[in-house]
Unconditional design. Structure first.
Length: 162
């Protein structure tokens, strides 16, 4: 049963941002939907209730100011008795071709039949074009939904150089 949940587990690689390319620190807030592409899980030999998973997802994020982006998410989950750490990387691409990369880490816990609830932190690691020199950080939450996708929210700050 846990493999069914995890097979559909689109870990909330929650790192999405609202960017309107102005210099200085700006608040960021929005929501996202993650669609699973591939999840592979395996039991850890000799450790009851311990599994590790890798996953890839496609995601769409929309900021509260209406900017949309496509995201590619790659991550790792390490669950013991239904809870444990999650971490990964995301590359976001905007309509003008600008990109930014981020990393995330947090905790996941399987709650009920719907699957895991995730929460954690994110930070930007690089950007191109209008996001060159980007710095960002914040928090995320998400939960798997019926149908195998997950949805969540994010909130933080973004800073672009002058």
């Amino acid at each position: 049963m846990i493999y069914h949940r995890l097979g559909a587990l689109t870990i909330a690689g929650a790192v999405v941002f609202s960017f309107s390319a102005h210099a200085g620190e700006q608040p960021q807030k929005g929501r996202y939907i993650n669609i699973p592409e591939e999840t592979k899980c395996t039991k850890v030999e000799g450790e009851k209730g311990h599994i590790v998973c890798t996953y890839m997802m496609t995601s769409v994020a929309v900021s509260d100011d209406g900017e949309m982006r496509k995201r590619s998410v790659v991550g790792f989950l390490d669950l013991t008795n239904g809870q444990g750490p999650v971490q990964g990387h995301i590359v976001s691409t905007l309509a003008d071709g600008s990109t930014f990369a981020s990393t995330f880490e947090g905790e996941g816990k399987i709650e009920g039949d719907r699957g895991p609830v995730m929460s954690g932190t994110y930070r930007c690691v690089s950007g191109t074009e209008r996001f060159a020199g980007i710095e960002c950080k914040g928090t995320f939450t998400s939960q798997r939904q019926e149908g195998g996708f997950s949805q969540g929210t994010y909130e933080g700050t973004m800073t672009l150089p002058d």
